[in-house]
Design a protein around this ligand. Structure first.
Ligand SMILES: Nc1ncnc2c1ncn2[C@@H]1O[C@H](COP(=O)(O)OP(=O)(O)OP(=O)(O)O)[C@@H](O)[C@H]1O
Ligand SMILES: [Mg+2]
Length: 398
């Protein structure tokens, strides 16, 4: 290999060492990521849709453990496990009814960098805070989502822990339970990924003329595997790679809802239109082959919106005109809080204190809650039950 070309390997190695250093720094003292977020009583009550009094009474009569002790004169607030327990005890769990179908949402777009992994991880943690049981499936060999959950895909994850063992041409697993990992969130599990998941794509190319039947078999497999797992969850989130390949196609078919993120820029808009048109063709071909895809909703979400940038407003207007009600009305705002949290391999929902100013943090959190809440509403409509907002009214009057 020529000396200049061999530099590429050196660059990769230097980069890998830096990623591991950053990860260790982010997750000290252990290399495992913790979860330190806490919720004040007012916030907890709001999340549960009840009064603070109801929580205090339950703490007094012993149904709930005593409120967490104060530290330096300030109340510590409730941890995520405490909040979940509170939901159980006070009957405020949003979990679906047994006969409601779990939402299996593909967060998909063939355009790279549109915010798929950012939306997937924030959506997972939003749903977790709301009390749902969530499974996140990292289907992308770039493994951004796996990283955001605190794993180093290169060092902590082997190929056998990814979807590979199940989707490979020579599968060593017959169901997906082997791949499910707990995360620092008690109600969020993860199927991780790493670079070697890409072997699934290579194998198909190598299968030659058998490729079509291998492909069809994999489609069915991922769907079956996920349906079998989904019984344990309310929401399953799929983060596929930004390209049309075997895994992307299998994800398309395995999902029962589609969320397409895109930034308010012309290249994202144009690529997303191409994605939709390609998807339409693929879905028709699949239907022709007897593979039916059934989505309970298809929505686009603007994933990085800067209201101060006139070009963003212009492109958003174009998106509104083109997509009408399929474009979710509340965009995710572009925020330094999101990119700074990503540097720490976290979502904004995992920050126990603001990274930027308190105002920036609050604004970002409020926007994320509102944007993610739109998706929660869609999921709950599919379950044919009252929305959480209605429940809040019910609890308040009870
Ligand atoms: N709302 C936002 N505000 C600020 N930064 C954002 C926002 N959304 C995404 N980003 C940043 O944009 C970059 C790309 O986002 P992300 O990795 O989620 O995209 P992706 O579609 O998953 O990319 P890929 O196609 O490579 O999988 C990341 O650095 C992320 O932190
Ligand atoms: Mg990604």
């Amino acid at each position: 290999m020529n000396a200049i070309v061999s530099q590429i390997g050196d660059l990769a190695e230097a980069g890998e060492r830096m990623i591991e250093r950053l990860r260790r720094k982010a997750f000290l003292p252990e290399s495992r990521k913790g979860l330190n977020v806490r919720f004040g009583i007012a916030e907890a009550a709001q999340l549960l849709g009840c009064s603070t009094n109801r929580i205090r009474m339950a703490e007094e009569d012993g149904r709930l453990p005593p409120a967490p002790a104060a530290e330096n004169g300030r109340r510590l607030g409730y941890s995520v496990p405490e909040l979940l327990n509170m939901r159980q005890v006070l009957g405020a769990s949003p979990a679906r009814a047994p006969l409601d179908v779990p939402a299996i949402i593909a967060v998909q777009n063939f355009k790279g960098g549109v915010g798929k992994s950012t939306v997937t991880t924030h959506l997972a943690h939003y749903f977790a805070v709301q009390g749902y049981r969530v499974l996140v499936v990292d289907c992308d060999s770039q493994a951004t989502t796996t990283t955001l959950f605190g794993f180093n895909p290169h060092f902590n994850i082997t190929r056998e822990e990814t979807l590979y063992s199940y989707l490979s041409i020579d599968p060593t697993q017959t169901d997906l339970s082997y791949a499910v990992k707990p995360t620092p969130w008690p109600n969020v599990d993860l199927i991780p990924s790493n670079l070697e998941l890409f072997d699934v794509e290579y194998e198909l190319a190598a299968a030659g003329s058998d490729g079509q039947s291998v492909l069809a078999a994999r489609f069915r497999k991922l769907k079956q595997g996920l349906i079998a797992l989904a019984g344990e969850y309310d929401i399953v989130l799929l983060d596929p790679p930004p390209a049309l390949g075997t895994i992307s196609l299998a994800v398309m078919q395995a999902a029962n809802a589609l969320l397409v993120p895109l930034a308010a820029t012309t290249p994202d808009f144009c690529s997303t239109v191409q994605f939709l048109s390609m998807m339409d063709q693929v879905l028709q071909q699949l239907a022709g082959a007897g593979i039916e895809v059934d989505y309970s909703f298809v929505r686009l979400i603007c994933s990085k919106f800067d209201g101060n940038d006139p070009s963003h407003s212009m492109v958003r207007a174009i998106m509104e005109q083109s997509f009408g009600p399929a474009l979710l009305p509340v965009p995710i705002l572009e925020s330094a809080e999101i990119s700074h949290a990503a540097m720490r391999m976290m979502t904004v929902y995992e920050l126990d204190k603001p990274i930027g100013t308190s105002k920036t943090h609050k604004r970002c959190r409020a926007n994320l809650d509102e944007a993610m809440g739109q998706i929660e509403q869609l999921v709950r409509q599919g379950w044919g039950r009252v929305t959480p907002a209605d429940e809040a009214v019910l609890y308040a009057s009870a």
